[in-house]
Design a protein around this ligand. Structure first.
Ligand code: G3I
Length: 364
């Protein structure tokens, strides 16, 4: 991963405005972003995105300011999920998702859609579906309506989320859940077909967790993803990307080799990598905040080094931007009671070493 002298020079000269202008000209960020032509360095920049929670978005002006300042891409964290859009059967409510999408567009940001199918966070009536016929009808109808609503606005979708079993060695490739239970492996094909049919220009992504580390379970999970991609391609169903969620456990080793060959195999199949939910699970790191922030940044650097050694990701999205708001505290609370520090900015919106690592890799 060598930088030319010209690129090193450009690093110093890049301003956010020139970068965003370049991305806009390339169609990577929204048309409002700027009009300057892309410099060579800007054309090599990996766009950075943030998943946005509705509550802080509505109530914390500093949160919105951080998004305006730092994000090229906005991902509604929960508002495009079934339980948000379709709480009541027979109704679809885009209002809250549109609130975030409109903000993104008004500020020249691109948007990623998360997610058209997941076995979690579905409304009760979906979990109660009981026939394959009804499940397919409901699933196709949902994807058509949602993708159509955002046609020309959301260019990239997590079509399916977390469809691989937590441990494929124990349970086989597929994760159990309403769609798998009623439709079997076909649920992924149905979802991708419906999305492709509705917006043939959209980039369609399989989004998955636990693909980065060393161990047989991780090998099996990477293999399961490759099987799914192969199966879709064998049937001429378009699949453009694999999303590495990258909720990184600080105490687990990144599998440089395994992750690298996974990315290269996908590349040979014409499938890109995206980093879709990056953050660091810091529950086992030092209590000392300075040491912890360095530990967190090191994990991110180790991960990005492995990814960039194998190929450039299409985008890097973090799951939130400030330690003030993150799901990590709900699931990976520290035993010593110290607040988690999983994201690029601290609770007071000061950039942490994590942010410096992002800046470095985005430009490589
Ligand atoms: O909005 C309500 C709020 O009004 C209410 O007061 C509060 C009380 O619990 O709940 C709020 O809703 C919560 C919502 O997050 C917003 O904070 C839901 O209960 C909670 O279930 C929901 O959790 C989200 C979870 O997905 C389930 O959808 C997390 O924020 C979100 O970070 C998490 O994201 C997932 C990705 O989609 C897939 N990959 C893993 C990732 C982390 O679990």
């Amino acid at each position: 991963m060598q930088m030319t002298d010209a690129e090193k020079n450009n690093m110093g000269r890049l301003t956010r405005r020139s970068v965003v202008g370049g991305l806009a000209a390339l169609g990577i960020v929204g048309a409002h972003a700027g009009s300057s032509s892309p410099s060579r360095a800007a054309s090599r920049l990996t766009p950075y995105g943030v998943a946005v929670g509705l509550e802080p978005f509505r109530h914390d002006p500093l949160y919105r300011q951080a998004l305006i300042e730092h994000a090229d891409i906005i991902v509604p964290m929960n508002m495009l999920k079934w339980a948000s859009l379709r709480y009541d059967k027979g109704k679809i409510d885009f209002e809250r998702a549109d609130e975030i999408v409109s903000f993104a567009r008004a500020h020249g940001k691109s948007v990623r859609g998360h997610t058209l199918l997941w076995s979690d966070y579905n409304p009760k009536w979906v979990d109660e579906l009981s026939s394959a016929r009804e499940a397919e009808r409901v699933l196709v109808n949902h994807i058509e309506q949602v993708v159509d609503h955002y046609r020309g606005i959301i260019p990239s979708w997590d079509v399916v989320n977390e469809v691989v079993a937590h441990d494929p060695l124990e349970d086989g490739d597929w994760r159990k859940g309403i769609w798998q239970d009623l439709l079997g492996a076909r649920h992924v094909e149905i979802a991708f077909r419906a999305a492709a049919r509705t917006d043939p220009t959209a980039k369609l992504v399989i989004n998955e967790y636990d693909l980065e580390n060393t161990g047989l379970r991780y090998d099996a999970r990477r293999n399961a993803i490759l099987n799914i991609v192969r199966n879709l391609q064998d049937q001429n169903i378009p699949v453009h990307g694999v999303g590495l969620q990258a909720h990184l456990y600080a105490e687990r080793a990144i599998d440089q080799k395994g992750l690298g060959s996974f990315i290269q195999t996908l590349e040979q199949m014409g499938v890109k990598i995206l980093i879709t939910e990056l953050d660091v699970i810091d529950w086992r790191l030092s209590r000392n905040p300075v040491k912890r922030d360095i530990g967190v940044a090191n994990v991110v650097a180790e991960f990005l080094e492995a990814v960039y050694a194998a190929g450039r990701p299409e985008s890097i999205v973090t799951w939130g931007i400030t330690d003030r708001y993150s799901w990590i505290k709900d699931v990976f609370k520290r035993k010593d009671g110290a607040p988690n520090r999983p994201l690029p900015m601290d609770r007071n919106y000061r950039p942490k070493p994590f942010m410096d690592v992002l800046q470095k890799y985005r430009i490589l």
